[in-house]
Design a protein around this ligand. Structure first.
Ligand SMILES: *Cc1c(COP(=O)(O)O)cnc(C)c1O
Length: 344
């Protein structure tokens, strides 16, 4: 049985959160003399701490109740909050599958939590057999699953994720930052089956709002309430909330840009495959490709000297560079840049 309270840090369970002026009076009409704001200006009022309008819009779009939605200042903030809610510093542990997104390590280091790294197999899939010894450990509180995975680009097998969700007694976080580029279903559809599941998504990638810093967690109501307790009261500015709402209003723009990116991705795969510098392009469910070269360090530097910036992942995956799919013009320049390197 999943026992949420047993997983939460005792000090967080006992925490009495800050009660803001806007918590104590919730109406939008009235004379507001309660928060020491300047009555003049356009951004003069504190924003809605619970992002009511944004959550209502997301709720309609995703068909997930607002009580199951938490908004963070980017999903990076949500990752940190999850550590702070569940992990006692120096005592508890988290686990992830490597190579993966670097923020899990940084957030665990900041919170003084050991992060166990379970290596992905040669197809970049999870090896659930390797997990067995850890699943009995009461101090293992969190398992982070990044699917589609950054930097490898692939989704993990559904059956492996199901095994983890069923057998692990702690909290499972599925980071779906790239899900909108994939034809796979989001795990957010499964919240009612798995009370230990947190699905994170973000406005930073497919929604083209990296600058606005808006991340989303879909999870059980009690976990939403715990995250609400720990977050800073006004973490999502009014500007950020409005930007996310405007993005949700522009569904056609969203779909069009994803269609262009996916078409460009296919083109890029074709063009890269024609280059003899390229050893392998790993299968991708995301808006980037993990590409293996003979000598990734040299290719990366040669591209930088042409002012083409890619992500050198050689230290994570031997001789691999992660390349984001750009505009048609940017992608053409990348291919020309690689061609000129192969000729030099
Ligand atoms: C880019 C990315 C994020 C996004 O983080 P934000 O803080 O929402 O910008 C989250 N997870 C992964 C795996 C990413 O690659």
């Amino acid at each position: 049985m999943f026992n949420l309270k047993a997983l939460v840090r005792p000090n967080i369970l006992a925490l009495k959160p800050y009660s803001s002026a806007r918590d104590e009076f919730k109406g939008s009409e009235g004379i507001f003399l309660d928060a020491n704001e300047n009555p003049y200006g356009i951004l003069n009022r504190y924003p809605d701490s619970y992002q009511t309008e944004l959550k209502e819009r997301l709720s309609e779009y995703k068909n997930i109740p607002t009580k199951n939605i938490f908004i963070g200042n980017g999903s990076d903030e949500i990752i940190d909050l999850i550590f702070r809610v569940f992990c006692n510093p120096e005592v508890d542990k988290a686990l992830t599958f490597t190579p993966t997104f670097g923020m899990y390590q940084v957030a665990s280091d900041i919170n003084n939590i050991e992060l166990i790294k379970s290596p992905l197999n040669d197809n970049f899939q999870v090896n659930t057999e390797n997990l067995k010894p850890y699943l009995k450990d009461d101090t293992l509180k969190l398992i982070f699953i990044c699917s589609p995975n950054n930097p490898t680009g692939n989704c993990f097998n559904e059956s492996d994720i199901e095994i983890i969700l069923n057998e692990f007694k702690g909290v499972v976080i599925i980071d779906e930052a790239y899900i909108d580029f994939s034809d796979k279903e989001s795990w957010s559809k499964m919240l009612s089956d798995y009370p230990n599941l947190i699905v994170t998504q973000t406005f930073s990638k497919a929604w083209a709002l990296a600058s606005a810093r808006v991340g989303i967690a879909y999870t059980g109501e009690e976990i939403v309430q715990l995250l609400n307790k720990v977050k800073m009261p006004y973490s999502i500015s009014k500007l950020n909330q409005q930007a996310a709402i405007a993005a949700l209003d522009n569904q056609s723009g969203f779909k069009k840009s994803i269609a262009i990116i996916l078409k460009e991705k296919e083109q890029l795969i074709l063009k890269l495959n024609q280059l003899n510098l390229v050893k392998k392009i790993h299968p991708s469910d995301a808006n980037f490709l993990l590409v293996e070269f003979d000598n990734a360090d040299k290719i990366y530097q040669d591209l930088v000297s042409q002012k083409i910036i890619t992500r050198n992942r050689h230290k994570l995956v031997n001789n691999c560079i992660r390349i984001t799919v750009g505009t048609p013009d940017e992608n053409k320049k990348l291919i020309n840049g690689l061609l000129s390197i192969s000729k030099s």
